[in-house]
Design a protein around this ligand. Sequence first.
Ligand code: SAH
Ligand code: SF4
Length: 354
Amino acid sequence: MSRKPELLGLDSDERSDALTAALAGWGEPSFRVRQIEEWVFAHRARDFAEMTNLPQALRERLDEAFSLTPLEAVYVARSEDGTIKHLWALDDGERVESVLIPTRERLTLCISSQAGCALGCRFCATGDFGFRRQLRAAEIVAQYRDSWRVAKEELGRSVSNVVFMGMGEPLANLDAVIRSLTVLHSDFGLGARRITVSTVGLVPGIRELARRPEQFELAVSLHAPAHDLRLELMPIEKRYPLPELFDALRQYQAKKNRRISLEYTLIDGVNDDPGLASVLADQVYGLTCFVNLIPFNPIPSRPEWRASPGRRIKEFSARLTERGVANAVRTPRGRDIAAACGQLRLAEEADAPA
Ligand code: SAH
Ligand code: SF4
């Protein structure tokens, strides 16, 4: 299928070249490039019709030649705690979700990098779903642009942070994700330290991120500090086992001099033994990291798995602290609207008539 060039998916040189050439062909002055970019990035326009200081005929020509990748919100869920979740329909009917998570200081947006995911982590609803397709850079950025508009309108706030923790594995869609990081950072002006890429631990992607000049934040889904247990939970452990993963993380840190976040979802009786906290402490020795302890969010395919009880989580956390590993227990947000990874889409499919 031939597709109109998507302004959100081009880097600044490509975009400027494409717009300059088109404007010249239509006999329009080149200062229009700046005007159009201001609409796209400062005003977060999602339709050329919004660009009211451009002549009507030009807006129509732009619409014929380029796409702003507007996403269609097919479902919106608002949690009691202020979390807003969107399910977006893409142009071929695939669906992805993003979640706005307000706190006092921040408004974090969690976005998807793939429709589905091929990596099959046993505790993850997106993993159950399987892989559908890669998102294009413009589709990743459009989740930000469209969520930003909702946040402004409903909450009167701007998105301050972006995390790649929705559906999919960002480092398995590396080109599009790097492109989207560049647009979010350079064109929308989000600070690199306000953008977090969360990965299951794809070593080549981590090494590539280490080579980038920007200081994006890195979070790694660990969930188990020992090979056998991690392999049970996460098939990726077979391809990139812990020693190789930690080797890449140490190299990343040597290059970036940044703290790395480790995500650890606590599942009752599966990976929450305090002894494992000690193993984890040994594992991260010499690495400056911060461990986020997240109570498991139950998923339909694993009815036997529950979140660890609060006291067990405290014990795990205390053991890490004793061993000098910085950590915090993260309160799940938006539980009443199934705001965890991939859950809304699954709920919707289950409800759909056969
Ligand atoms: N693929 C990337 C990013 C998306 S998942 C990754 O795996 O890091 C975002 C985070 O949600 C990951 O840390 C993942 O392990 C976690 N997660 C997935 N399913 C979960 C569940 N049922 N309960 C709690 N955390 C979950
Ligand atoms: Fe994919 Fe991340 Fe879910 Fe694993 S946790 S299946 S990598 S989305």
